[in-house]
Design a protein around this ligand. Structure first.
Ligand code: 1CP
Length: 328
């Protein structure tokens, strides 16, 4: 059987010494994201090392809140911080129409990448799904369970609905511009969809993603769209059917036999090696690669991790996984 295409979420990042060097040169993380030369350089680093089948634009899902007018900064060693959104008034003040224009340096990065990458290497553009981006906008930071946004959605439903509308429109415009600049595929990261009960999942993960996909199609975007609703579990088939994404990312907790039975005939599956096995390495890692590929034999499938590469990953393990995927 021919090997599936392979790329890894967070394939550019702190586990690579050359990334740490470029990031140092840029100053802060946001300086790196907004410098087209340096951002394209770190995007290309893992392609040079490993020859992945796809490259993912180096940027962040939190650039949209910043472009909408929310203050964003990164605390060294801690992560992102935003000035929390507190009510409908703050939502109404967001600059929907100006957001996509504020991100023009990102499109410049995309266009540098499309002309620097080998023709056979697909370029993936991305954004966060509205729900996941909103969780950060409301909490102002990462939290273990995104309780602030969940509570906000229950207590101030109209304001939350308005925030979803703002994010659907600004994200559609942002992704349209990425495609116009040369992105071949789009991925929507819904990292926090798994904290939602069923009705809330339908309301805040599925419905805004469906609206975003519809808006992109209405704007003339025809490239494939990958949805990644992390932690969606048994709600994955419903997510795929209702959002009309073209492919779905599976996190490491999704059982392979279940995914093959419930999803593999309906969509393209992508995943789902545990990022911690990539840290551990050895036979366990290689066997898990084999098990995943064998499970999806004959089905449309893209090999990936079930979530992003973590900083303590030994770079040589990444090379061993790519080699195993291609030469089994
Ligand atoms: O110190 C550093 O160098 C910053 C670490 C880092 C990196 C490498 C952050 C901060 N963002 C990124 C890049 C990034 N983020 C990419 C680049 C492309 C790639 O190689 O994959 C992508 C796709 C993202 C997406 C992203 N950012 C997500 C969704 C995917 C996921 O990992 O769940 C989320 C939740 C973020 C927010 C964010 N940005 C950075 C951090 C540390 C976080 C998580 C914050 C938290 O929850 O506490």
């Amino acid at each position: 059987m021919s090997p599936p295409p392979v790329w890894l979420m967070r394939q550019a990042g702190r586990y690579l010494p050359e990334y740490r060097e470029t990031r140092e040169k840029a100053g802060g993380f946001l300086d790196l994201c907004f410098d087209p030369k340096l951002a394209s350089e770190v995007t290309l680093q893992p392609i040079r090392r490993y020859g992945f089948d796809a490259s993912i634009l180096f940027a962040d899902i939190l650039l949209i809140p910043q472009a909408l007018g929310q203050k964003l900064w990164f605390e060294t060693g801690e992560g992102p911080r935003l000035e929390p959104l507190e009510d409908g008034k703050a939502v109404a003040a967001l600059d929907v129409d100006g957001a996509a224009d504020a991100l023009s340096s990102i499109y410049e990065t995309v266009s540098i990448l499309r002309s620097s990458l080998p023709g056979e290497t697909d370029l993936i553009g991305f954004a966060g799904s509205p729900w996941t981006v909103a969780t950060y906008m409301i909490a102002g930071r990462g939290t273990p369970d995104q309780a602030p946004a969940r509570l906000f959605a229950y207590q101030q439903r109209d304001a939350f609905e308005a925030l979803m509308d703002v994010l659907v429109e600004s994200t559609a415009q942002y992704l349209l511009r990425q495609v116009q600049a040369g992105a071949d595929i789009l991925q929507l990261f819904d990292t926090w969809s798994g904290v939602l009960p069923e009705d809330e999942f339908a309301r805040w993960s599925i419905a805004p993603t469906k609206a975003l996909v519809e808006r992109l199609r209405a704007l003339g975007v025809t490239v494939p769209i990958i949805g990644f609703p992390k932690g969606a579990g048994p709600l994955l088939p419903r997510y795929v059917a209702e959002t009309a994404v073209d492919a779905v990312g599976l996190d490491p907790s999704v059982p392979l036999s279940w995914a093959v039975a419930e999803l593999a005939d309906k969509t393209v599956c992508q995943g789902n090696l545990d990022p911690l096995l990539l840290v551990a390495g050895g036979d366990k890692m290689l066997k898990a690669v084999d098990t995943i590929i064998e499970a999806f034999d004959g089905k449309p499938f893209v090999f990936n991790l079930g979530h992003g590469i973590v900083p303590q990953t030994p770079p040589e393990h990444v090379g061993q996984v790519v080699e195993r995927v291609r030469n089994r």
